[in-house]
Design a binder for this molecule. Sequence first.
Ligand SMILES: [Fe+2]
Length: 399
Amino acid sequence: MFDGIGSMADGYRVQSPNDIRYGAGVTAELEGYLTDRGVDSALVVTDGDILEAGAAEPVFDALEAAGVAVSTFDGVAPEPKLGMAERAAGELERADADVVVGVGGGSSLDTAKLAAVLPEYDVDVRDLLGMGNVPGRGRPTVLVPTTAGTGSEVTHIGVFADEDDENNKKVVYSEHLFCDLALVDPDLTRSLPPGVAAATGMDALSHAIEAYVSTLRTPYTDMLARRAIELVGESLREAVHQGEHNDEARYRMSLAATLGGQAFVNAGLGAVHALTYPLGVEYGIGHGRANAVLLPHVVRYNAPAEPDRLADVASLLGVDRRDGETALEHARRGADAIAALNDDIGIPNRMHELGDVRGTTAEFEAFADVAFEHSLHNIERNPRRLERADVVRIFENAY
Ligand SMILES: [Fe+2]
């Protein structure tokens, strides 16, 4: 059952960037934002594919209209490495730009956030890893997502592979990484390839569902998460299959992604994000696809611990409760609906279809060790307690 707005006894904190703008064509507002502040120069942080697809054109148009000198760092790649943030920071210092504009998926936005901070302080990038180690604000940062999924534009988190540590992922969390302006413009997702729209959309759904059952959830994050789940259920199929021609579906997915980002940055995540961690590190399986495959299995695992909330998830995804059906049964049919959604948008439902995963118990035990070592905070926020054996069983079920 939905808790509504909670009670007067509930206290919680909500963190967010303070200027988030939505809507088709909202990128054009960058011009006024920059001229109002007397900005002379900007560094765009993005990846080469985004430039090639033309998705960043509206950003460059707005920069040109504002009359600012533009430099571009296009060296971001999926699953970004710490070195990319260092190189982007080097470019920022060389150009001495007033503003950093991150344009792209989560990788570009995370890189922009970290790059904006580095030139301001005499620190090594590795000094900033972990929670609360960024000394202060960096250069002003504008984030413009071209996917609808990661929610990076509204989080204070950056995720990077560490080249000096077997490419293990490292996370930077700091309130100083919240951007100054997020421009969420569904026009920029028009050229998203269907596979990317599918994977990033399932990342958004994972954020919302994990936040909704997280041990740190609040009435505020519940509202964000519920609406995000509903929007994904209504619109992801259309956004994937009709993306270019369905502005409404893409608008709804952009909103879902940002709401999901705001939900999880304040409530935390859970087992899905913990378990996908080793898949990314070991096999380079994309974050969104790995989440999508594990999500139904984790929902089934969590259902006995949170039957009412996961029955809510089923309802929000359009699965009506049958007469006489228990919450647990309904919740499990919600997991089936997530698997059906994967099917409909071209994401496999089995881990062995994702990559070169061997599927042995020894391999899954090693995955469990990595998850407990590097993603313990997510395991601790999962509503049902997880032991190593549980993690192995979830992987075996998903294989
Ligand atoms: Fe995610």
